[in-house]
Design a protein around this ligand. Structure first.
Ligand code: CO
Length: 491
């Protein structure tokens, strides 16, 4: 089927799409030999991905993929060859449930222990499922989940070493978000790179803590700020001078959670008629001037990038008109995409002295999982790469394509894997000695529903619509994942 044939029809088969949520209980390691095209020999380094590996515990389905145990995959590239390995993060809960052969913990997104509310009431033990992101920083490979501490893994074997406190930066019970950014040239550190991340302790008011770590992992800056109201903040954005947080209007009614009727994530209620608070926190801890702006934004999970321009801060984000509510008796695999609001790319421009916000729709196509050239993080930039639906009708559907947006000309390029392929978050890897912003490779894991296997696609950043540079076919599938990262290290 070519692209024109599937316009105005559904671009996917639900039966195939659903199988991308089958568990992958096996752990593999092998050299990838089934390759279409050629791996560029200059592509040297490692791609790490994280996501739920188990969508059931001993045959009992979990209620939401966000509750699935973290499984890390690694693609090691060296001399034109690629080696694959995947391994579960051996969290305490994963080991216990594997031994018990049943669900022992409640999940944040509604997975309950069997036995109804009697068995779940007043049980506040949550699994640290380490399933959202994986980063290599300060010579450590860390699996991240936003509501608890990171797990340290061996980058070569993916073996779990244990919970990591970042050399005393964190204390037991602390959380650390799953969305760190690397500032490529921190103005606070003589243009050296640094990692910026945050943690949030929600309550009637919420505490945001900002952490900045040097390339050797040492803490450079840490500062905390109290903001009014409950917050559910998954991601943030950075510029050279600021961290930007979107405090979406949500209510948290913990009663059904406390009573064992719902997961904590199901008790978050979006307030569509209330504005979002955009919070600007200076990265320099000596500057205590936190600024708050009000804007109608809808609900934002992910930010694509942010930058400063004269007296303005611009933030490009994927916003939904409403937060899709997780319902206790719903089956995520039976979701009606037409009833879900699409994610759309918006630019929010904060005018610092006038204290106003303007918003502008940059792209109407339903999209999610943005990526930019790592050298442009926090800077004015031209190219955005993002997972998108096959059709550009602005409706919600599974992500089957990678879209490249030229924010200067408004031009858009699409590489679609429809009707059988489903993409994951793209990662941009610059070519060695690249001079242009889009001179690099896009790496994305594609689930192929026809043969129930996954492949890693390598696309040419300058011409993503063209033939893939290479397709690396795995011997098995990887369930739909969340986030990952690239390091030029080879282990
Ligand atoms: Co995320």
């Amino acid at each position: 089927m070519n692209q024109t044939q599937i316009i105005n029809q559904q671009s996917y088969y639900r039966g195939e799409w659903k199988r991308g949520y089958d568990s992958q209980p096996n752990e593999y390691e092998y050299e990838i030999e089934n390759i279409e095209g050629k791996i560029p020999p200059e592509l040297q380094g490692t791609l790490f991905r994280n996501g739920p590996g188990l969508l059931d515990i001993a045959g009992t389905p979990i209620h939401h993929p966000f509750d699935g145990d973290g499984m890390v995959s690694a693609f090691y590239f060296q001399n034109g060859k690629a080696y694959f390995r995947n391994r579960f993060v051996a969290t305490e809960a994963y080991i216990q449930e594997k031994a018990a052969g049943k669900i022992l913990y409640r999940g944040v997104f509604g997975t309950q222990k069997p036995g109804g509310f009697i068995n779940n009431i007043f049980d506040f033990k949550l699994k640290n499922i380490a399933n959202t992101n994986v980063i290599y920083w300060g010579n450590k490979l860390l699996a991240l989940w936003e509501a608890a501490e990171p797990h340290l893994l061996n980058p070569q074997t993916l073996e779990t070493i244990g919970i990591d406190y970042l050399d005393g930066v964190l204390q037991p019970g602390d959380s650390w978000a799953a969305h760190p950014w690397v500032d490529p040239h921190s103005i606070l550190d003589d243009a050296q790179p640094c990692l910026v991340n945050f943690s949030i302790s929600p309550g009637l008011s919420s505490k945001i803590t900002v952490f900045e770590l040097a390339p050797d992992g040492k803490i450079l800056r840490r500062h905390s700020h109290i903001i009014p109201g409950f917050s559910f903040i998954h991601d943030f954005a950075i510029t050279p001078n600021y961290c930007v947080f979107f405090q979406n209007p949500v209510n948290f009614n913990p009663l059904p959670f406390l009573l064992g009727l719902k997961g904590a994530g199901e008790c978050v209620e979006f307030q569509p008629n209330k504005p979002t608070r955009v919070i600007l926190i200076p990265r320099d801890p000596s500057n205590k001037q936190m600024k708050t702006f009000m804007v109608d934004s809808g609900f934002v999970f992910h930010h694509a990038n942010a930058f400063e321009r004269e007296d303005q801060v611009c933030i490009d984000s994927i916003a939904y008109a409403t937060l899709p509510q997780v319902k206790p008796n719903s089956d995520y695999k039976e979701v009606n995409f037409d009833n879900l609001d699409p994610g759309r790319l918006w630019r929010f421009t904060l005018n610092l002295s006038a204290e106003t916000v303007e918003r502008q729709l940059l792209e109407n196509t339903c999209c999610e999982f943005p990526a930019v050239n790592p050298d442009k993080v926090g800077r004015d930039y031209r190219y955005l790469f993002i997972g998108a639906t096959h059709q550009d009708n602005g409706r919600n559907a599974p992500l089957q394509a990678i879209m490249k947006l030229d924010l200067k000309t408004g031009q858009r390029q699409l590489h679609s894997f429809a009707p059988h392929g489903y993409v994951s978050e793209p990662i941009f890897v610059p070519k060695p000695d690249a001079t242009a912003e889009d001179e690099g490779w896009i790496l994305t894991l594609v689930y192929n529903g026809k043969d129930h296997r996954s492949s890693l696609a390598i696309l040419d950043g300058k011409n993503i619509a063209g033939q893939p540079v290479a397709l690396l076919h795995l011997k098995h599938h990887i369930p739909y994942g969340l986030h990952g990262s690239w390091t030029s290290e080879v282990f």
